[in-house]
Design a binder for this molecule. Structure first.
Ligand code: GLC
Length: 554
């Protein structure tokens, strides 16, 4: 693969617990992923991003890491991880792993040492331990709320049994925030990066990359609950100005201090042979600040989450595309496009669900796959899976518990993958899946989607074709074409054109009108739904459909 392979790569997110179980315990594992490498190769992706598989009590799907340099037994062992990296490399797939630098599990050796040590000790200074306020220290050091609900502080019992200090956790109480002012934290993470780089990984996805540095940790926030709501995706009940004002200055996110960390990390990545890369999960506001993470001496990519919340709406999509491309161009970084991940509703569900939701999801995918930059695909997105409505008794996400069930959490998008039709658990596991699988997924299984019109086949084709045309387009920009309301239409390079109809009515496009006289010789190469035709220069675009054309602009 050419240098800077990540700039326009298709990267597939594997959530190991839900991908493929190889030992019948109902949870996916690394050997399961190895057994499905052929499927991923055939899908045409460039790299796999593996969500955490490290030693963890798994209170937050492994994002509560107890040992970042070992594998949790539920996923296998270190030998399996090395084997997975090597097998993937043999067939030309890169491996990106997660790194979780904002917090450690309270099961981590460091946290246990901190509990056993005295206030003010070196062991405590690896985290944010403070005395409480009030006469008996019964009030938390500040009023911040956890992003998962409830307070952001938990009080410990000192080793003599007395009520003791408080520690900060922006997420679950079993995820203690690390103190990045402590050089030991820096060196430990550098050891972890080197550990996995030495094992051959091609990159890292950096969890909560914007959270590491904190300001004014002993100061109350003017509206901590409002802030937590503003930070969530579902903020329909908050006025826009209020949300923007709250997000413009979050004392624990997007502080200047994070950039020094990434400049150091970049030097480590660059000191290794091959093109090792990094992608940041950083929700920052306004989003124009995000590009500061991908300045040339910092990280390589940052997830652009505009599409994660986007409706199938031409105006919104067009402005999000323009904004993103203009922002990343400032720092010469590539754009990324993310339609869903393990933290968000599945794409087809977000777009309304059912046949129509899936139709829009296909159209949205074809639009996204044609944009300049990298794409991220969440496992099962390529099958058109929808969120599963789970009984509350099956839910495992700490968000569900910490909000007393008001927020149902993210489990619905994490249900295991259906591989085969009419087989126990669709071939995912011979045991009991850790989240129940629905009864009506036969049609959505990988096995059932071999025909040319399936969701899966559309993904395979678009991933294959985008690889071809990116070679020749040689450009990271696009040119908008004049098009009817509710449409997106653009060309990239001289040989590619796209038309997306977000309306619910069929529309005829006269190519000569939109392509300034260069309308001859174009053919439809891919369409997200049936019924598309191109004859005598007239393109018939069905509702909620994206079409790719090949031809030549003179
Ligand atoms: C990131 C992860 C999410 C996790 C959180 C806390 O946002 O994507 O799954 O719960 O960080 O680690």
């Amino acid at each position: 693969m050419s240098s800077q392979w990540w700039r326009e790569a298709a990267i597939y997110q594997v959530y190991p617990r839900s991908f493929q179980d190889s030992n019948g315990d109902g949870e996916g594992d690394l050997n399961g992923v190895i057994s499905r490498l052929g499927y991923l190769k055939e899908l045409g992706i460039d790299a796999i991003w593996l969500s955490p598989f490290y030693t963890s009590p798994n209170n937050d799907g492994g994002y509560d890491v107890a040992d970042p340099r070992d594998v949790d037994p539920r996923f296998g062992n270190l030998g399996d991880a090395i084997n997975l990296i090597e097998r993937a490399h043999e067939i030309g797939l890169k491996i990106i792993v997660d790194i979780v630098p904002n917090h450690f599990s309270t099961e981590h050796r460091w946290f246990k040492e901190a509990l056993a040590s005295k206030p003010g000790s070196q062991a405590r200074s690896r985290f944010h331990f403070y005395d409480g306020r009030g006469e008996h220290g019964e009030i938390p050091p500040n009023n911040w709320c956890s992003i998962f609900g409830g307070p952001a502080w938990t009080r410990i019992r000192e080793s003599d049994g007395s009520e003791g200090q408080w520690y900060l956790h922006l997420f679950d109480s079993t995820q203690a925030d690390l103190n990045w002012e402590n050089p030991e934290v820096w060196s430990d993470f550098e050891s972890t990066l080197r550990f996995w780089l030495d094992k051959g990984v091609d990159g890292f996805r950096i969890d909560v990359a914007h959270g590491l540095a904190k300001d004014e940790i002993l100061k109350d926030h003017r509206d901590p609950e409002g802030l937590t709501r503003a930070l969530r995706l579902d903020v329909s009940d908050m006025a826009r100005e209020e949300r923007e004002s709250l997000l413009s200055d979050v004392p624990f996110f997007d502080r200047e201090g994070v950039h020094e960390i990434y400049r150091r990390w970049r030097k480590i990545f660059d000191s290794y042979p091959g093109e090792r890369m990094s992608v940041a999960e950083a929700w920052v506001h306004p989003s124009s600040r995000a590009v500061r993470y991908v300045r040339s001496d910092e990280l390589h990519q940052i997830f652009n989450f505009d599409f994660l919340i986007a409706e199938w709406d031409a105006e919104f999509l067009k402005s999000a595309i323009d904004k993103t491309l203009a922002e990343v161009a400032e720092v010469s970084a590539p754009a990324t496009w993310v339609l869903c991940n393990h933290d968000s509703p599945r794409l087809a569900t977000r777009l309304g669900g059912g046949e129509l939701g899936r139709k829009k999801a296909r159209a949205m995918a074809l639009l996204t796959h044609a944009l300049p930059g990298g794409i991220y695909i969440f496992q099962g997105e390529e099958l058109g899976l929808e969120d599963v409505v789970l009984p509350d008794s099956a839910r495992q996400d700490p968000v569900f518990f910490r909000t007393q069930g008001i927020d149902k959490g993210r489990d619905g998008a994490r249900v295991p993958i259906p591989w085969q039709a009419n087989k126990k658990n669709y071939g995912f596991s011979t045991g009991n899946p850790w989240l129940p699988m629905p009864e009506d997924w036969n049609e959505l299984s990988v096995q059932s989607q071999s025909d040319a019109t399936s969701h899966l086949e559309l993904y395979r084709e678009s991933i294959r074709m985008r690889r071809d045309f990116r070679v020749e387009s040689g450009t990271e920009s696009l040119n908008w074409l004049k098009s009817p309301k509710g449409f997106l239409a653009f060309t990239r390079g001289n040989n590619f054109a796209l038309f997306a109809n977000t309306t619910d009515h069929e529309t005829l496009i006269l190519l000569k009108d939109v392509m300034s006289g260069q309308s001859d010789g174009w053919t439809v190469v891919l369409s997200s739904s049936n019924g598309t035709t191109l004859s005598a220069g007239t393109l018939k675009v069905p509702p909620h459909t994206t079409i790719w054309l090949r031809g030549t602009l003179k």
